[in-house]
Design a protein around this ligand. Sequence first.
Ligand code: ARG
Length: 459
Amino acid sequence: AGQAMWGGRFTARPDALMQAINVSIGFDRRLAEQDLAGSRAHAAMLRKQGVISSEDEAAIQKGLEEIGREIAEGRFPFREEFEDIHMNVEARLAELIGPASGRLHTARSRNDQVALDFRLWVREACDRTLEQLRGLQRALVAKAEANAETLMPGFTHLQPAQPVTFGHHLMAYVEMFGRDASRFADARARMNESPLGAAALAGSPFPIDRHETAQALGFSAPMANSLDAVSDRDFALEALAAGSICATHLSRLAEEIVIWMTPQFGFVKLSDAFTTGSSIMPQKKNPDAAELVRGKAGRALAAFTQLSVVMKGLPLTYSKDMQEDKVPTFEAFDSLEVSLAAMTGMIADLEPVPERMAAAAGAGFSTATDLADWLVRKLDLPFRQAHHLTGAAVKRAEALGVDLPNLPLAELQGLEPRITGDVYEVLSPAASAASRKSYGGTAPDQVRAQAARWKEILK
Ligand code: ARG
């Protein structure tokens, strides 16, 4: 220790404040695994290409292995004086194997090194998220299938609109999380090119084989432009954009759980496992997990904004601003990970209260559209006229304090004498939902069909 990596050109030590603003080991230590993987691939390639000797490569690999063990066992000395993870590993390698360590950085710069490490990390984060999204979708599909016939009100403006089934409502989120998954998969495919070998920015005069290292690290190809390779972080931005949209979906579902859990709605129950009590009000059972999923969405959305702002003014190629890419990205994926896990747990845990939901499904004249449709079908009225007549029927029911299914036939016939008793067959919430058999509609058979389709996909 003591001499900075670039000591040759420097005579004085950096100011303490220089170190304070520069140091990143506190957060980029999370790239240790990726850094080692990159170094292993790089060293193997250098030897194959005859840039370093077999003995030096063997010493380097052995040292990297030992460092891997030290990290895994929590023995690795992360040191602030070495600034970041790359120089910490290199310094430790020098302590372990001596001068051969100095050959590892041939044809490499921290610029392509960090671009590689971070890309590998984000790629793994996308894979983890994809796995979690599948788990959440499975939980939703299972709950939806069990509730293919459970009635609930469908809302617009959070006002009762038309009866739907709880299964149908849950399957809506399966679709949303399915699109989230495809966004992560797309982002992953696009980011899967290797920046390693771009070196500082212009490429390397050594006979390196970038295809070789790309393949060793699971990339589909090396990135085609060295300036692009070290200067862009759009791979992280794209993953964060996918994360923001996913967090938005999670937050909406969380918000619905919060609403459904209120005694006023009483649509669902969450067990003690996903609720908390109050330190003062003994009656309370609060949906904190759902609220935190809703709240943590702020982190994902903020991270996308934060990294965009860091990047938007940077000329090519690398600027140290880019060291600020990691904290928001780590934070976004950490909060997404815990949110997805908590949401999956909540969905599995959640118990609908069918009586409350069914009662609410029929309230608020929710089958008014069914009455209007009946008038169109049976009496051949134009829909606008049927709409008007139905409005009058709702007004009458409201005045009498009854719901549509309980409005006496005489009252209906007072508005339109041709109305017959079979109209009541369409006025129950169950009949209303069952009648909506159009593709993607709320009828129980449609819900079961969609659940079956997703089960196949999620196998
Ligand atoms: N710690 C730096 C980062 O995270 C590594 C790259 C440093 N490169 C440089 N030219 N100073 O971005």
